[in-house]
Design a protein around this ligand. Structure first.
Ligand code: HEM
Length: 435
């Protein structure tokens, strides 16, 4: 986890991974890129774009607008409706990340509202909804199929019983690529038609397409040394990766947070008090990125939830040269699993490790760095600032306005990802609160 340039534990996968090779995900983009120079080239774009303060600041507005849209649907459904919180969160983060990435709407929330409502459906053109539904489902399938291709060798992928499924997944991956190519093409046209003195849209896609060109809209960063633009193929791979990496991680985290807070009323109360102290008591008042940065207890709640129920409980690294670890000599290309789920509950380091206690981070702020919510080292999550802002803003908007009633235990599934498969709630506006 040390941030060692060109270190021997840089890769997550070996170059002989047949499954990832089969769907063209090896040595491209960031997540499974073993070519250090090429990874670094992409990573610099990410750093410039995703860590740009102006992007995070304008994303606060996008998150607020998406939340307000979701609230409108909840309001129309009525307070007695059972809200399948995990499904709503997935659509909410899909819409949010899609708008931050493209400045266009994906209509995931609208689609879901139309599916669950018994009142009148939204009058959006059927073709728009159908197209967006297929896109959302395909991105989901692609994100979920990564584990499948990561683990299975080619001869297993094409065994008679599972061959059809493999081909279905591959088909979805190619479908998404074609559609993202179309999005890129039309954005390129839009950019070329925009007069040079007119400001371009400032979303991730436009930033990826223009960075290091004369239309560059990103802010300069200190170690900004490369000057080549990104090719369309690279933009496509990175765009799909960020949709795949950002949506499930954020939506599952939010479900675990709500479950912890509802089962720990004291922590919930303390969090609400901090929110009201920093942002005021009006649940509709707007807030900025700077306001969110002052919410230390909210951050402690997020860290504590991730410590106990990490949404990525296991990260793999492989060694590119023989290494000695734990007094044993390991040949190169050995897979090492970093079991965050267990490390973060070590009794020798954490007092009462199973207890949900965000105060531990208020008493000892240094221990925050011992929670590997976003991994570590050079490959630490590049979307961490965006993700943290999204989680904080959502908790703020939820808890300063609603009382939440859990309607049964949360159901989860733990693989390489920890997913929330069911969280049913009822939402009631707190007294004296109007939407
Ligand atoms: C709560 C939300 C999130 C969590 C918990 C999370 C967690 C992680 C973790 C644990 C890693 C592996 C780091 C390592 O190997 O040490 C990672 C990598 C990554 N994440 Fe996130 N992430 C989140 C949100 C996002 C978002 C919003 C984006 C983009 C929009 C994103 C993009 C990525 C990418 C591209 C990588 C691969 C980085 C590389 O290999 O260089 N993540 N994330």
């Amino acid at each position: 986890m040390k941030p060692t340039v060109n270190g021997s534990f840089h890769n997550r996968v070996n170059n002989d991974n047949e499954g990832l090779e089969e769907i063209g995900l090896l040595n491209t983009g960031l997540v499974f890129n073993n070519n250090y120079d090429n990874w670094r080239f992409h990573r610099k774009f990410y750093t410039k774009v995703m860590m740009s303060p102006s992007l995070i600041k304008q994303s606060v507005i996008v998150v607020r607008n998406s939340f307000m849209e979701m609230e409108k649907y909840w309001n129309d459904l009525g307070e007695d409706t059972i809200i399948e919180f995990n499904h709503w969160m997935k659509r909410y983060f899909f819409d949010t990340i899609f708008i931050i990435s493209t400045n266009n709407r994906a209509y995931a929330l609208a689609n879901y509202y139309n599916k669950v409502t018994k009142n009148g459906k939204l009058s959006l053109p059927e073709s728009v909804l159908k197209e967006s539904n297929t896109f959302i489902e395909a991105i989901n399938v692609v994100a979920q199929s990564l584990q499948y291709f990561y683990i299975l060798p080619r001869k297993v992928l094409y065994l008679p019983i599972i061959k059809r499924y493999t081909q279905y997944l591959k088909g979805r991956v190619y479908w998404v690529r074609n559609n993202v190519n179309n999005i890129i093409k039309s954005r390129r046209e839009e950019i070329s038609k925009t007069p040079i003195d007119q400001k371009l849209k400032s979303d991730i896609l436009t930033m990826f397409l223009t960075v290091n060109t004369e239309r560059d809209i990103t802010e300069r960063i200190a170690d900004d040394i490369h000057d080549e633009p990104m090719s369309d193929k690279d933009v496509q791979r990175n765009f799909i990766e960020l949709m795949g990496a950002g949506i499930d991680t954020s939506s599952n985290s939010l479900c675990f947070l709500v479950d912890f807070l509802e089962n720990n009323p004291k922590a919930k109360q303390r969090m609400i008090e901090e929110i009201e102290r920093v942002l005021g008591k009006d649940p509709n008042s707007s807030f900025t990125f700077e306001d969110l940065s002052k919410l230390e207890y909210v951050e402690a709640v997020i860290k504590e939830s991730s410590r106990i129920r990490s949404v990525i409980p296991l990260v793999f690294k492989t060694n590119s040269v023989p290494e000695v670890v734990g007094s044993y000599r390991w040949s190169k290309n050995t897979y090492f699993g970093l079991n965050f789920g267990a490390i973060q509950k070590q009794k020798s380091f954490w007092k009462d490790p199973e207890k949900f206690n965000p105060d531990r981070f208020m008493d000892n702020p240094d221990s925050k760095s011992k929670v590997y919510m976003f991994g570590g080292g050079l490959r630490i999550c590049p979307g961490r600032n965006l993700a943290m802002m999204g989680l904080k803003a959502t908790l703020v908007m939820l808890y300063r306005k609603y009382d939440i009633e859990l309607l049964g235990p949360l159901k989860e599934h733990i693989g390489m990802l920890r997913t929330c498969d069911e969280l049913k709630v009822k939402l009631r506006k707190r007294k004296n609160v109007n939407i």
